[in-house]
Design a protein around this ligand. Structure first.
Ligand SMILES: Nc1ncnc2c1ncn2[C@@H]1O[C@H](COP(=O)(O)OP(=O)(O)OP(=O)(O)O)[C@@H](O)[C@H]1O
Ligand SMILES: [Mg+2]
Length: 233
């Protein structure tokens, strides 16, 4: 579905991605783990068209998208929940959800209802200003808003960041459920353990390069990965 080949991204003199290749297939959860500054967010930004690709290709469903502006990529159903959520703080929960569906016309009642089944908390807070929600609630809203766009591929950047452990489990459960509904997911996470447990496959990104690519189970059992990313136990 999504195929990235030899992708390079530069921020001025800094080369954040140095020839990254990866794939996400139909139905998969693919996790990218890596240290701070490894280039994980940059990779998602490049796929979304937010940062330009210096070289390499990104194809989605057989179509090259690496030259497309972000709005055209969104229209193809590649939906990105960025690091730090980026919800509209001054809008209500309900308005935020509607914004997620800006690419579509027509009745959104059924979509809103579906998101509320996944996140009952959001339904209780429809009229609350999003900026006054807790961190975990804001993350639910960010994912709920992304679902309103009918993602064909969902990219999540650090969805568990800053959440209490029980909320982290909730968020991972939701990610699993969304995938079960047929949505492939490209997941970037600091929480390497959870990210690999939930994933089919995983990639380890080190300073802009893929250091390892394997089935998630194999990565979980890989001594080098355990040492560097899973606390060594
Ligand atoms: N707008 C920018 N201008 C210059 N350098 C940048 C910019 N954005 C990112 N970088 C640099 O690119 C590298 C990769 O950053 P990126 O945000 O992709 O890392 P990351 O793996 O997501 O890290 P983290 O785990 O901390 O979120 C870092 O060295 C960072 O400083
Ligand atoms: Mg990041």
């Amino acid at each position: 579905m999504l195929s990235i080949q030899n992708l390079e991204v530069k921020y001025g003199a800094i080369q954040a991605l140095k020839g990254v290749s990866l794939e996400v297939n139909e139905g998969e959860i693919v996790s990218i783990i890596g240290a701070n500054g490894a280039g994980k967010s940059t990779l998602l930004r490049a796929v979304s068209g937010i940062v330009p690709c210096a070289s390499g290709t990104v194809t989605y469903a057989g179509v090259p998208i690496h030259q497309m502006p972000p709005h055209q990529i969104v229209r193809r159903g590649l939906i990105h929940v960025p690091e730090g959520r980026r919800i509209f703080l001054d809008m209500s929960v309900y308005e935020n959800l509607l914004m997620g569906a800006f690419t579509r016309k027509g009745d959104l009642t059924a979509d809103i209802q579906k998101v509320c089944e996944i996140f009952p908390r959001l339904k209780e807070r429809f009229s609350q200003r999003a900026g006054t929600m807790s961190g975990g609630e804001q993350q639910m809203l960010a994912i709920g808003r992304a679902l309103m766009a009918h993602p064909k591929l969902l990219m999540l950047d650090e969805p568990s960041l800053g959440l209490a452990p029980f909320l982290v489990r909730d968020i991972f459960k939701v990610i699993h459920d969304i995938n079960q509904m047929g949505v492939p997911i490209l997941l970037v996470e600091q929480n390497a353990h959870m990210a690999l447990e939930i994933a089919h496959r995983g990639y380890v990104l080190e300073t802009g390069k893929i250091a390892l690519a394997d089935d998630a189970k194999n990565l979980l059992n890989n001594p080098a990965v355990r040492e560097a990313y899973l606390g060594g136990d």
